[in-house]
Design a protein around this ligand. Structure first.
Ligand SMILES: *Cc1c(COP(=O)(O)O)cnc(C)c1O
Length: 389
């Protein structure tokens, strides 16, 4: 065998086809001649050129998420934050104003607070559960709103219908990060959102083994701007991660439905557990947004449950050690249940007063419910609270 023999692999092709998508890690794609390349660049033929500009595994995954969100031409990015960044930077310029929810995902909040102002973009953060506050924040140069359907970690439900109406009236783009909610509970495009964003890393991929994002827009021009920006800035996803997410996505519906059913039972069990001060779950009658959870989310409360232990750090540590069979890890949407403690992780940069203002005490625990056997999982929580707390 000479070195030439290994230069260009020849794939064996049979008359049958594989039922699983191939992984295509190729960075470059060879064309027949310059005319063929012209045809490709001019969109007369479909082909790939360079993986940063797009590749088959990203497009396969994007098509699957498009189907879930009833979207067209969605873009898969190398992380959820790349999707958030693409949505903002492709549509904003110096002198514009953007409104964000005051409880956005930590990094999104940082991007809005610290980074956009450096580029001359004004930012106002408001409580998105009240469309009146969103309306009051609108200025003549407001170009965009970035909201999350359900907030972290207090699980407040945004007034997306009010926001969509406002966005329409003022010609503002409404971008909705639908990560916590998923298209199974709400398709933001159906209620008038212009842009939908996901951290695919979470529930859609579902196994904590791929870091990916997704962003789609209704308007083809907005869509094209985001695609170009992502290729220029290098927000490209890894083909292997896309392939893992594709595999994860086949079971997304099953995983989500199971997790939601368990989450609502867990919320119920916690509400009568000694040592639990309060439980937050969007569809429970004592949740401040339960009416909106019923109308907007069709009564699907999601897989996230938050609760407050009666006590401080000691009580929290006792509970976490007693519940050591569950991962204490700041993520969500995994097949396995994960627990996070916002005061020491996602919200540690805030002062105690700011945290308390958001309702996040030292005893506050956020749970991402997974697909375990429900009775055993609930017993782990209830038992660990009584043993540890
Ligand atoms: C995790 C998350 C993100 C960021 O996604 P990454 O894939 O971690 O970059 C954005 N928004 C929400 C709501 C998230 O939960």
């Amino acid at each position: 065998m000479t070195s030439d023999d290994i230069r260009r692999p020849r794939f064996p092709v049979g008359v049958s086809r594989p039922v699983v998508s191939p992984i295509q890690p190729s960075v470059v794609y060879a064309s027949v001649d310059a005319d063929a390349l012209d045809a490709q660049y001019e969109g007369r033929t479909k082909g790939y050129t360079y993986a940063r500009e797009g590749h088959p595994n990203a497009d396969t995954l994007a098509g699957m998420i498009d189907a879930l969100e009833d979207a067209e031409g969605g873009l898969v990015t190398g992380s959820g934050m790349a999707a958030v960044t693409a949505a903002l930077l492709a549509n904003l310029k110096a002198g514009d104003h953007v409104i964000g929810a005051d409880q956005l995902y930590g990094r999104s909040l940082r991007l809005m607070r610290e980074d956009l102002p450096r580029f001359g973009i004004d930012v106002t953060l408001v409580d998105p559960t009240d469309a009146g506050r969103l309306a009051a924040a609108i200025r003549p140069n407001t170009r965009m709103m970035l909201l999350e359907t359900v907030s972290n970690p207090t699980l407040r439900v945004a007034d997306l219908e009010g926001a969509a109406e406002l966005a329409r009236r003022h010609g503002v783009l409404l971008a909705v990060d639908n990560t916590f909610t998923t298209p199974r509970a709400l398709q933001p495009f159906a209620i008038g959102a212009d842009i939908v964003i996901h951290s695919v890393t979470k529930l859609l991929a579902g196994h904590s083994d791929a870091t990916l994002g997704y962003v789609a827009a209704r308007d083809p021009e907005v869509r094209a701007r985001m695609h170009v920006l992502a290729a220029t800035m290098g927000f490209t996803p890894s083909p292997f991660d896309c392939w893992l997410a594709e595999r994860g996505l086949y079971t997304f519906g099953l995983r989500f439905d199971r997790a939601v059913a368990t989450a609502s039972r867990l919320a119920e069990a916690l509400s009568s557990t000694t040592g639990v001060r309060r439980v937050l779950y969007p569809t429970r009658p004592d949740h401040p947004d339960h009416n909106r959870a019923a109308s907007l989310l069709g009564g699907i409360g999601g897989n996230m449950v938050s609760f407050e232990l009666d006590g401080g750090r000691e009580t929290v540590n006792g509970f976490l050690r007693a519940a050591s069979s569950l991962s204490f890890a700041p993520t969500l949407g995994d097949v396995n249940t994960t627990i996070s403690h916002p005061a020491s992780s996602s919200h540690r940069a805030l002062s105690e007063a700011e945290r308390l203002g958001l309702g996040i005490s030292e005893g506050f625990i956020r749970v991402s419910v997974g697909c375990e056997e429900p009775d055993a999982l609930i017993e782990t929580f209830v038992g660990s609270i009584s043993r540890g707390g």
